[in-house]
Design a protein around this ligand. Sequence first.
Ligand SMILES: *Cc1c(COP(=O)(O)O)cnc(C)c1O
Length: 387
Amino acid sequence: MDRLNWIEKQRQSGNFRQLTPVKRMPDGTLQLAGDTEKAVLHDFSSNDYLALSLHPDLIAASRKYLEMAGAGAGAARLMSGDLTVYHELEKKIAELKGQEAALLFGSGYLANCGIIPALLGRQDVVFCDRLNHASIYDGCRLSRARLVRFHHNDLNHLGDMLKSRRGKGEALIVVESIYSMDGDRSPLKELVSLKEKYGCLLMVDEAHATGLFGPNGGGVIEEEGLSSHVDLAMGTFGKALGSYGAYVAASGSMIDFLVNRARSFIYSTALPPAVVGASLAAIKIIQKQPELRQKLFAKVDLFKSILRQGGLDGLGSSQIVPVLIGESSTAVYLAEKLRRENIFATAVRPPTVPEGTARLRFSITLHHKNDVLKQTAATLLEILEKG
Ligand SMILES: *Cc1c(COP(=O)(O)O)cnc(C)c1O
């Protein structure tokens, strides 16, 4: 590949990406590194929905586990790195997700790349929602199973595909409960019926749901009372839980199986203990303080109601609010205009989303004060109107 030529093409199509070093302030606002005017940017790109990453309990627990167990695990879990702190966290996660057991991974990306190939091989088939996260697709590819993509949230299409392509091998249906770039939900109850009808495994990625939905913050699966019908409930600690790492919760035998087969688990150093301490503190908070979720969704409602009054629709059904633009270059231009108004929202472009569906993605967090949300919504409407 001619790399320079490739970069030039990306630039011309508005799809070239660059890193933007920032400083994060204790109130969750950002300053661009090297900005001598120190403009305060309101961060609408973060997944730190409950503002837990800066919570004193997480920081204190991190420190405690750091001093107790050291800066690094020193080895993979199946070698000598199997510190007791991981079991402590896995027990809490299994409880939270209503499953028998759980297993930690280095990150959500690593979890998805490890779990799917552990379950499936060449003889098998995976039914994958078109809008699933890249890490799910990468897991599917690594598995070498036949990949069947179904239209986003389209049960009829999935039903047809299951009928014609289920085959005789193992079959897995994999979805997200809240979609990361569209902010909408998957029809879990109906998916459970289909998976039972066709004898498939069902895996649900709750990256954007854990901590935010369900009476204990267990996610959409908990909210809908479906824990015992979902074979693999996966999620990350890096989003609403404010920390890092990831997990899958499942039956005891499934977890035993994954310990022996998931290569991204087996061949990778265990998480740093400080990170585990932070995750434990986060779980305690989400279980004990449902009011944080209520507060967040009141903010989401406020933001969306202003946008709706301004004529926008298709704003999703969660804390993730997509504003569809279309062309990448337009989305980049609008994001730049917002930046000048001290609003940091990313232009999400292909290949993260399908061609022609570039968008501005706003994620609402507890860092946002109500007047900031009102101002941001008004500014966005103004910029969309003027172009
Ligand atoms: C962010 C995300 C992941 C990856 O999780 P990390 O812990 O950030 O690696 C996986 N799946 C979905 C749906 C995500 O949004």
